[in-house]
Design a protein. Structure first.
Length: 129
């Protein structure tokens, strides 16, 4: 199922191909591919998305459920407040917390369902061009 998403996002021009690096024309950064001999279970398919919150709202209004996990870097959660961390201490985590989005992924997801997700993502970004 992950490879289907990869192919569909690449064909839609929303993400780079295997041998490309991300550039401003790509709106979605996909999870890293598995190393030779490894196999990921993909219980979640989490991407980095430009305009994440707006995209999530658009997908929700299109009947496509998404989730944001860890919308706040863990060191900033109240339970860790005694550690004295402030904004800017974890720039990569802060950046990720603003753009990561879990797309539909479950056992039995069909190629047609994934195509619907990618088409909706593509519609959203076309409307922003």
């Amino acid at each position: 199922a992950a490879e289907v998403y990869r192919t569909l996002f690449w064909r839609a021009g929303l993400s780079p191909g295997e041998d490309e690096t991300s550039h401003p024309g790509h709106r979605i950064v996909l999870p890293a591919t598995e190393a030779a001999g490894d196999r990921h279970t993909y219980n979640l398919f989490v991407v980095k998305a430009d305009m994440r919150d707006e995209l999530a709202g658009f997908l929700e209004s299109s009947g496509i459920q998404t989730r944001v996990y860890y919308d706040m870097p863990l060191p900033y959660h109240p339970v860790f407040s005694g550690n004295g961390h402030t904004s800017g201490d974890f720039p990569v985590a802060e950046s990720a917390s603003r753009c990561v989005l879990a797309l539909p992924m479950f056992p039995g997801i069909t190629e047609a369902q994934q195509h619907r997700v990618v088409e909706a993502v593509s519609r959203f970004y076309r409307s922003k061009s």
